[in-house]
Design a protein around this ligand. Structure first.
Ligand SMILES: C[S@@+](CC[C@H](N)C(=O)[O-])C[C@H]1O[C@@H](n2cnc3c(N)ncnc32)[C@H](O)[C@@H]1O
Length: 318
């Protein structure tokens, strides 16, 4: 058996998202950019569908507009005194995918604040590169470190970090062959800077964020890996749907917490939460930086899955 993917715009309709067995079909990530150039009202939801099944290593790229409306208000309320008494509030929103949830939170913050909000949204993968060779039907999508994310061989689309079900054995065989031939050659050509390659950079940044950045320089979007030491200090760090025990072992979460702790100014806030679809219940909380750790200020109806790890965190141990 085999499963085709969605590799062009005409194939992207609500009827084609799954195959006859109900299994979701992989969608070519380059359509994110192509969809963004259309004059249609459903661009945000189409882009959400494109990101839905893409993984970067173990972590999903999925994100939704208005994903945390209720929780965002709880966070603002917990920090209200600080926000209304500050001339300037610096925020770093980590692992934001295409930034649509950052846009929502930024808009809420500026509504509450009499001062300036300086907002840094970041993700490890704000863009990808599409590699192709003239005359070949294969396109390889890679990150800046040349790690493969997706391979497109129309009508097939292979997601590197999520293997197709064994039932789709034709997909598995095809991918095995293409990886060892065309993709291998394309990656070698990238390393050797071969002129015959066509390389396209595809930004995975929400249109509302891009439009906002063109008029408001207090909102920016950058590439940042949460395992790297932060290069600036801020008052608020927000980490939504990233510090999940299903994504990282506890030892990694402690390293990320160390980077966050170091990047927070005195009395700074850490917002952590996870949920499913937009508007679904968030398990999360707001914490405040202390000398060597964090204290809990407020929980959502359900506390964060890593609440105890945050409470037990001790900077002197790392
Ligand atoms: C599930 S999405 C969450 C997006 C958004 N925060 C939300 O809740 O809707 C997780 C994001 O984490 C990013 N990511 C994965 N590993 C990362 C890392 N080491 N550093 C920064 N971002 C990372 C992925 O690219 C993906 O966009």
């Amino acid at each position: 058996m085999f499963k085709t993917g969605i590799h062009n715009l005409s194939g992207l309709t609500k009827f084609t998202l799954t195959d006859i067995f109900g299994s979701s079909r992989n969608i070519y990530i380059g359509l994110y950019d192509q969809v963004g150039r259309l004059d249609r009202v459903d661009i945000p939801s189409l882009q959400e569908k494109i990101l839905n099944d893409i993984r970067y290593r173990n972590v999903f790229k999925r994100t939704y507009q208005n994903r945390f409306d209720e929780f965002d208000n709880i966070c603002i309320d917990a920090m209200k005194h600080f926000i209304i008494s500050s001339n300037k509030v610096l925020v770093h929103d980590l692992a934001v995918s295409d930034g649509r949830t950052s846009y929502d939170f930024y808009k809420l913050l500026i509504k509450q604040s009499p001062g300036e909000i300086i907002y840094f949204a970041s993700d490890i993968l704000p863009y990808v590169f599409e590699i192709s060779t003239v005359g070949s039907r294969v396109k390889t999508i890679i990150d800046k470190g040349q790690n493969v994310i997706q391979v497109i061989f129309p009508p097939f689309v292979f997601n590197e970090f999520s293997q197709d079900n064994k039932l789709y054995f034709i997909n598995l065989m095809l991918k095995y062959v293409i990886d060892r031939t065309v993709v291998k050659a394309q990656l070698r050509d990238v390393r050797n800077n071969e002129a015959k390659l066509v390389i396209k950079k595809i930004y995975l940044v929400d249109k509302k964020c891009r439009d906002l950045m063109s008029v408001d320089h207090n909102f920016s979007f950058e590439s940042y890996d949460i395992f790297d030491r932060a290069t600036r200090q801020v008052n608020i760090v927000r980490a939504m749907n990233i510090l999940n025990p299903t994504y990282f072992p506890q030892s990694d979460i402690k390293i990320i917490l160390r980077n966050i702790h170091d990047s927070l100014l005195v009395d700074g806030y850490l917002i952590v939460g996870s949920n499913g679809d937009k508007g679904s219940c968030v398990d999360g909380g707001i914490y405040q930086k202390m000398n060597t750790g964090f204290i809990s200020l407020r929980h959502a109806a359900v506390p964060s899955r890593i609440n105890q790890v945050i409470i037990d965190f001790d900077r002197t141990e790392l």
